[in-house]
Design a protein around this ligand. Structure first.
Ligand code: DI6
Ligand code: FE
Length: 400
């Protein structure tokens, strides 16, 4: 059955720009957009169901393309310590940091992880998020990475949000492998990835390329394995230093390279050539009080597509609002509200390999959209969090 949604304006985000349609009409049929255009051009026909959107601005459902939303415990205690002058390195040396989240995640049951992650996901969804990516990476052994990824799959099955699952086994060195990073990489490639992929738990493979995590040579071994398994790759790169992980990602046709504060113009050129999306994470930049800005001019000059995501994680970006990240992308990185919105819709969908079906309002795509009670699209980057009046449609059906 067709439904006509009218009395609205649309920022369709086609081609990565607002691509505004004033006084728009949208016809959905089942899960898909059947037609969208100016209401004056609506094809004549019978529309048994008509929805009045009351002058709202309609955008694609927001896509949060980089989160670590499944984890045990949290690190607000470390946050307090850091504010009292204890450094991140001191906290890590005392067994805190990522290691403390690994301990808490290993100790948590699947049900406990599901319950805490569902709360965080619902917060993102209250902000208009209809698609979210979630990474593993706090289990760091086969049983616990499997546990995390099973929770990711269950979140997608039980909540009205599309969930992509990314295996980030190469996030940090587990305690069992201290001093033996190459052996851990071998374990990931020989045992973990093949098993988790065979169980259907993995949509993409990620790694953390950094002097305090894994080297480009180690990451490359993970990428080679992922490609043998037919899985697309992504990379945490250039967050704290420049190892040219983003160029490595481009060589492997990665869907995205993420963080990127320390990337060079050469990296940007390589990413443009492979159409690898640059995922910027202003929440981590803000929370760590970083000062090195991502090279916006080089990214723009080479036409690299830019996405913006929450990086929701307990250590460096406890972010529960994607719209707040859009504001930070504008305020901290000088992105325009139009770039920021493209970064949380069409470019974020591309960073998940979903741009053919998601991320913009176009005939044939999945009918995931938000009708916002706002004056203009820039309002989505303007308000600092809070809850905006809105109606959310997912797969053609309105959800609360
Ligand atoms: N980069 C980050 O900012 C997070 N992971 C990553 O690869 C940190 C995760 C944490 O501290 O728990
Ligand atoms: Fe991350």
């Amino acid at each position: 059955m067709k439904t006509l949604w009218q009395n609205c304006h649309a920022a369709t985000m086609a081609q990565g720009a607002y691509s505004i349609i004033e006084d728009a009409a949208i016809v959905t049929q089942g899960e898909h957009i059947h037609w969208i255009g100016p209401r004056a051009q609506l094809p004549a026909g019978d529309y048994p169901a008509v929805q009045d959107l009351n002058g709202a601005w309609v955008t694609p459902g927001l896509v949060d393309c980089h989160t670590h939303a499944v984890f045990g415990g949290n690190r607000s205690g470390e946050f307090e310590q850091r504010l009292q002058g204890v450094s991140y390195a001191e906290i890590a040396a005392a067994g805190g940091g990522i290691a403390s989240t690994v301990r808490a995640t290993r100790a948590a049951s699947e049900d406990e992880l599901f319950a805490s992650a569902a709360k965080r996901l619902k917060s993102l969804m209250r902000d208009g998020v209809t698609t979210v990516e979630i990474k593993s990476g706090y289990g760091l052994d086969l049983a616990n990475e499997r546990k995390m990824l099973r929770v990711v799959r269950r979140l997608g099955a039980e909540l009205p949000v599309s969930v992509r699952s990314t295996c980030l086994a190469a996030h940090a060195l587990p305690p069992e492998y201290v001093g033996r990073a190459d052996d851990y990489i071998e374990h990931i490639c020989a045992e973990m990835l093949p098993a988790l992929a065979a169980e259907g738990l993995v949509d993409a493979v990620d790694a953390f390329c950094e002097y305090l995590a894994f080297s480009p040579a180690q990451v490359e071994r993970v990428f080679v394995t992922a490609q043998k398994l037919g899985l697309p790759v992504k990379l945490h790169a250039e967050q704290l230093s420049s190892l040219h992980g983003s160029s490595l990602a481009a060589r492997y046709q990665a869907l995205s390279a993420d963080h990127l504060e320390f990337m060079t113009e050469e990296d940007a050129r390589a990413m443009a050539e492979s159409d690898t999306v640059a995922v910027l994470l202003p929440g981590a930049f803000y929370f760590l009080r970083e000062t090195q800005l991502p090279p916006m001019d080089a990214l723009r000059k080479h036409g690299v597509k830019i996405a913006v995501a929450s990086d929701l994680n307990p250590g460096t970006s406890p972010a529960l609002s994607l719209r707040l990240m859009l504001n930070m992308a504008c305020t901290c990185f000088r992105m325009t509200p139009e770039e920021a919105l493209a970064g949380a819709t069409i470019h974020a969908a591309q960073a998940l390999g979903m741009a053919r079906t998601h991320g913009s309002l176009e005939a044939g795509k999945v009918a995931d959209f938000v009708a916002w009670g706002i004056d203009r699209p820039a309002d989505l980057s303007y308000w600092l969090g809070g809850e905006l009046e809105k109606r959310v449609v997912r797969h053609g059906v309105e959800i609360d």
